[in-house]
Design a protein. Structure first.
Length: 117
C-alpha cells in the first residue's frame, strides 16, 4: 500500500501496471493484490481510471511508510550498505510488533536526535 500511496502522491492516481512495475512483479500478481486490498476496503477502484486509496487505505499506507522510515534509519545507523538495508526493511516490516518498533524508534531518536514518524 505504501507503493500505491507514493504513486498516488506523484501522479494523482495509480494503475495496476504502475504498481507491478514499482514492485517488480507481474501485472497478474499486482492485480490480485489490488483486488484483495479493494475487497478489504483499502482501495476504491475506478473503471478505466485505475484506483485510489480510501481514507482507511491512506491511513494504513502512512503507517506502513512510517514503519519503513524507522527501520531504514535504524539499519543505516548500523553502517549497513543501502542495498542490504532496503532488502532487510522489506523483510522486517511485516514481522515486528508495535512494541518492538516503538523501541527501535526511540533508540534511533536518542542516537540521531530526530523524530522519524
Amino acid at each position: 500500500m505504501a507503493c500505491i500511496l507514493e504513486l498516488w502522491e506523484k501522479k494523482g492516481y495509480a494503475r495496476t501496471v504502475d504498481v507491478a512495475s514499482s514492485l517488480s512483479v507481474a501485472e497478474a500478481s499486482a492485480c490480485l493484490m489490488i483486488k484483495r486490498l479493494a475487497d478489504a476496503g483499502y482501495l476504491k477502484r475506478e473503471r478505466y481510471r485505475g484506483f485510489t486509496l480510501t481514507e482507511n487505505g491512506r491511513a494504513k499506507a502512512r503507517e506502513i511508510y512510517a514503519r519503513r522510515r524507522i527501520l531504514t534509519a535504524f539499519l543505516l545507523s548500523l553502517d549497513l550498505p543501502e542495498s542490504v538495508v532496503l532488502n532487510d526493511v522489506h523483510g522486517l516490516e511485516h514481522h515486528l510488533s508495535k512494541q518492538t518498533l516503538e523501541r527501535i524508534e526511540r533508540f534511533v531518536q536518542e542516537h540521531r536526535g530526530s523524530k522519524l514518524s
